[in-house]
Design a binder for this molecule. Structure first.
Ligand code: ACO
Length: 333
């Protein structure tokens, strides 16, 4: 996928925000019939962050974006495209990106959301990159932000132990240099699997009623086993495919930033790719699954902790509800 006119889109800033309130596995074991031991061994999660009741997805997104802007040395006024990946918008509409634009005091630039569940950040990044290369936007703010606690069924032990809240952001910049930054991306979806991971109520299929609330249709419903199997398959396929397309081998990858859903999914991916776990960034033990926010939060942590260096090949890979999947290969600047 060579960029036109010798240009590339690079990551010029990263940032994240997670709410201060920590919900531990022990806390959860007082709410549902579960245990720290079960959650840790089945998922790797120890704790997750929970947003304040009045804290919205756009509040968290704006905080992560402010950090990414500071990291890039740019100002909100320099941004000419804003996209938010989320399944937990502040409202069905206006879109969350419009709230973020307002909160950051940005110019009247295009602002919209992308809904691809946990693949949402990579989808968002690729849409921004394509628009930058074709329309000439110079700097884009690309955010993954979620308040999953607002769509979690806190009585369902099979799902409530998995999710958390937070936001991660990157600034993307167009540069006059070929072959740097985002080298290759891929996106996919399998609409035959819509039923295994969804929030069934509140949309046009089942508008909100007393009955939809009584039947907990506004929270996440998941067939965990099914999702697990498909996740391992599509994450591996995506990683192998993107490396092949870009002409790289697994051993060329400096660091993998996978969607943070379950340690066992990541271990299976590492094994099949033949990449040691030491080259994977994992922070799901502290944040759980934050859907579209998980990759940019992990990317920001890896960057701040000095795990990514200029010239490094960074592999991002995700799967999520839809089912959707996506991967991106980034040559770090
Ligand atoms: N505590 C204790 N026991 C539990 C819990 C819990 N929290 N949850 C389930 N169990 C029980 C089950 O009832 C079952 O009991 P049974 O054998 O008596 O019937 C047993 O544990 C095993 O349940 P499984 O579902 O088979 O457990 P599994 O090993 O598959 O782990 C899990 C479940 C962690 C959900 C796993 O399937 C998984 O991670 N799936 C992928 C989830 C995922 O990545 N989702 C992405 C969603 S992101 C998005 O797009 C929004």
């Amino acid at each position: 996928m060579s960029a036109p006119n010798g240009k590339s889109v690079v990551v010029s800033g990263v940032g994240s925000y997670t709410p201060p309130r920590v919900l531990t596995n022990d806390d959860l074991s007082k709410m549902v019939e579960t245990s720290d031991e079960w959650i840790r061994t089945r998922t790797g999660i120890r704790e997750r962050r929970i947003a304040a009741p009045d804290e919205t997805t756009s509040d968290m997104a704006a905080k992560a974006a402010a950090e990414a802007l500071a990291d890039s040395g740019l100002k909100a006024a320099d941004i000419d495209l804003l996209i938010v990946g989320t399944v937990t918008p502040d409202m069905p509409f206006p879109n969350t990106a419009c709230f973020v634009q307002q909160k950051l005091g940005m110019g009247k630039v295009p602002a919209f959301d992308v809904e691809a569940a946990c693949s949402g950040f990579i989808y968002t990044m690729e849409i921004a990159r394509s628009l930058m290369l074709t329309n000439g936007y110079r700097h884009a703010l690309v955010i993954g932000a979620e308040k999953l606690s607002s769509i979690t069924n806190w009585q369902d032990r099979t799902t409530c132990v998995l999710f958390g809240d937070g936001a991660g952001a990157t600034v993307l910049s167009l540069v006059d240099e070929p072959g740097v930054g985002i080298l290759q991306s891929l996106m996919g979806a399998d609409g035959t699997e819509t039923g295994i991971l969804c929030v069934p109520g509140g949309g046009s299929a089942s508008p909100s009623t007393v009955e939809t609330i009584e039947r907990s249709m506004h929270t996440i419903h998941m067939q965990g086993n099914q999702v697990f199997k498909i996740a391992v398959r599509v994450m591996c396929q995506s990683a192998v495919e993107i490396l092949g397309k870009a002409g790289y081998k697994a051993e060329d990858v400096s660091i993998v930033i996978p969607h943070q859903a379950n340690n066992r999914i990541i271990e299976a991916l590492a094994q099949r790719l033949g990449i040691g776990m030491d080259r994977f960034k994992i922070n799901l033990d502290r944040y759980g699954n934050t859907s579209a926010a998980s990759i940019p939060i992990a990317l920001d942590e890896a960057h701040r902790n000095g795990r990514i260096h200029p010239g490094d090949l960074v592999l991002l890979v995700a799967f999520g509800g839809g089912l959707t999947w996506a991967a991106s290969l980034v040559k770090w600047q």
